[in-house]
Design a protein around this ligand. Structure first.
Ligand SMILES: Cc1cc2nc3c(=O)[nH]c(=O)nc-3n(C[C@H](O)[C@H](O)[C@H](O)COP(=O)(O)O)c2cc1C
Length: 356
């Protein structure tokens, strides 16, 4: 299986499966001399970790990260950084029905169609356990872009959206939904718990924002900052849509209402009157916050019976038991943030290589 590598200058390759002994990532191209220890990575692992509330999967993993190479006396050496995370709470017997029949919406059928063979335990390589490795790589990427502040949060679950007028950045870390609107939290508690009890699942919209990106990152034509971001987000499991800035809402804007008016700033730079473009024009950052939104579909593994076929092509129904996230978008938040960091670190190095 190839295509497990992402990035151009700051490149990472993830490895491992859901129920293997461990998974990990090799980060190549990280500049030398950056202070790095496991303690810099662990807080981000802890934010993504499963089993922290009844609103996510009950698989319990410590997700302790170990640095195996590329760091000497607390600083990156410029050589490949290898990180490993052990899998400790596998329960392969939960997946006996998935071994025989395909979960509609999951990767079971397509992996068999492509490879003729699959590790069905926990979804194998298609499991979002893989995203733990990206979050670890993302923590290193953040060290390459200290000028950037990243914020990601859940904006909507099912039909229930936050009220942006009540946006409180500090609130995001204080609830199990990464919700910036404290008044929406109890509504989501009821909604997600209801879906869990019904053996169903829910979709979610995750928003992310990068402040401090200077003008000039990104490259025309085939490494546009927006195309790299969209590609990065679409690699996340269960992602079905990505918007940059106003995204699809721009369709109903006019040229006037969609403009981001420019004025000379007091410091001699530029001051923008709006940010419909999401901080990117012509594939290059404008200096405004870079914004995107990611649509996550509802979890495919549900307890409600769904029509499917067996690997022999017989009609059957599947009820997926085992431990699953009732709304995968919630735990998608740290993954979205990590992918944004990884793209921005790569683009910073790409810009430096060409323009100094
Ligand atoms: C953080 C996270 C957790 C996930 N947890 C589950 C899960 O518990 N059960 C499940 O069926 N899918 C889960 N998924 C989604 C599947 O991994 C994904 O649907 C599957 O690999 C098929 O890929 P696709 O949906 O991108 O086409 C999760 C996704 C993310 C981002």
């Amino acid at each position: 299986m190839s295509w497990n590598t992402f990035g151009r200058f700051f490149r990472f390759t993830t490895w491992g499966e859901s129920h293997g002994p461990a998974l990990g990532v090799v980060v190549d191209g990280c500049p030398p001399g950056i202070a790095l220890g496991e303690e810099d990575i662990q807080p981000f692992m802890d934010a993504r970790r499963p089993g922290q509330s009844k609103y996510t999967t009950q698989r319990r993993e410590a997700d302790e990260v170990r640095i195996l190479s590329g760091v000497f006396e607390g600083r990156t050496t410029g050589t490949p950084i290898s990180l490993m995370i052990e899998n400790t709470d596998q329960r392969s017997k939960d997946y006996s029905e998935v071994a025989k029949a395909y979960r509609p919406g999951h990767a079971d059928y397509t992996y068999d169609a492509k490879y003729g063979f699959r590790d069905y335990r926990g979804g194998g390589r298609s499991s979002a356990r893989e995203t733990a490795a990206r979050v670890a790589a993302g923590a290193i990427a953040r060290k390459v872009i200290p000028e950037v502040t990243l914020t990601a949060f859940v904006e909507q679950i099912g039909e229930v959206a936050i009220d942006h007028a009540r946006f409180d950045r500090e609130a995001i870390a204080r609830n199990p939904f990464f919700c910036p609107d404290p008044e929406t939290v109890p509504r989501w508690e009821e909604l997600v718990d209801g879906a869990r009890k019904d053996g169903s699942s829910l979709g979610a919209l995750v928003a992310a924002r990068a402040e401090g990106v200077p003008a000039g990152w990104g490259a025309p034509v085939y490494a546009k900052l927006d195309s790299e971001l969209a590609a990065a987000m679409m690699t996340i499991n269960a992602t079905k849509g990505v918007e940059i800035g106003d995204g699809f809402a721009a369709v109903t804007n006019t040229g006037e209402s969609n403009a981001d008016p420019m004025r000379p700033a007091e410091d001699g730079g530029v001051s923008f009157g709006a940010n419909h473009a999401g901080g990117i024009a012509g594939g290059i950052s404008t200096g405004q916050p870079v914004t995107c939104r990611v649509a996550f579909k509802p979890t495919s593994s549900i307890l409600t019976p769904v029509d499917t076929i067996t690997s022999e092509g017989e009609a059957t129904q599947i009820r997926t038991k085992g431990r699953h996230d009732p709304c995968v978008g919630i735990r998608g938040v740290p993954v979205v943030e990590a992918m944004m960091a990884l793209v921005l670190a790569d683009q910073k190095l790409l810009h430096r290589a060409q323009c100094g």
